[in-house]
Design a protein around this ligand. Sequence first.
Ligand code: AMP
Length: 218
Amino acid sequence: MNLIFLGPNGAGKGTQARLLHQREGIPQIATGDMLRAASAAGTPLGREAERYVRAGELVPDAVMIGLVADRLQQEDTSAGFVLDGFPRTIAQAEALEAVLAGMNRHLDRVIYFEVSETTLIKRLSGRMLCRAQGHIYNVHSNLPKTPGVCDVDGSPLYTREDDRPETVRRRLQVYREQTEPLLAFYRARGLYAMLNAEGDVEAIYRVLLALIAPPVCR
Ligand code: AMP
C-alpha cells in the first residue's frame, strides 16, 4: 500500500501513521520528523530547514522533493509506505508522481484527515513529543503515565517550538493556502478518501483500516 496522509497540522496523521507502522509494518515517511532529526544532528539540511520550520513556513520544494525521493529509494519502502506531511504543495505532488512513475510505482490512496479548527488548536496547543522517537502525547486527551516521561521509551517529553500559538496560526494559514489545493488534485485522480479524524485514536484507526483495506480498481 502506497499511501499519503493529508490534512492540517494536528489532524492526527502522525499518530495514525505511527500505529500503522507498529501494527502493519508499513513505514512512515514523516518529513517533519526527518527535518527535526536533521536539525538535532546539526546537518546542513537541518540548519537550512530550521529557520523555515521555526517560522511555520514551508521548506523550499526542491529540498523536500530531494529528501523524499532519496527516502523512497530505500529498500524498506518497496512493499509500501505512508507519506505523512508530504506533499504539501502542488509542485511537490507533481514531483512525487514523476518520482514514483520513474520507479514503476503508483499511489494507492490519499487519506484526508478532516477535523474542526477548534479540535486542531486544542490538539496542537497541548501536544508533547518524546525526545527519542517522537511519540505523541496531549495534555487534554492523551497524558503519559508519568508526567513528562514517554511511556514507550522513557525519554523526556518536550513541546515543539512551532506549536506556539502564533506559529500554529501561521502553519494553519500556510496549510489552507498551499496544501488544501491538493484535495482537488487527488480527487481528480480518483485517489482521495475522507477520514473523520475527530475523537478516539483507536476508533479512528479502525475506520482508517477499513478505508485502506479494499484494493483500488485502476
Ligand atoms: P510537521 O511535523 O509535518 O508539522 O512539519 C513541521 C515543519 O516542517 C513544517 O511546518 C514545515 O516547516 C516543515 N515541513 C515538513 N514537511 C514539509 C514539506 N513537505 N514541505 C515543506 N516544508 C515541510
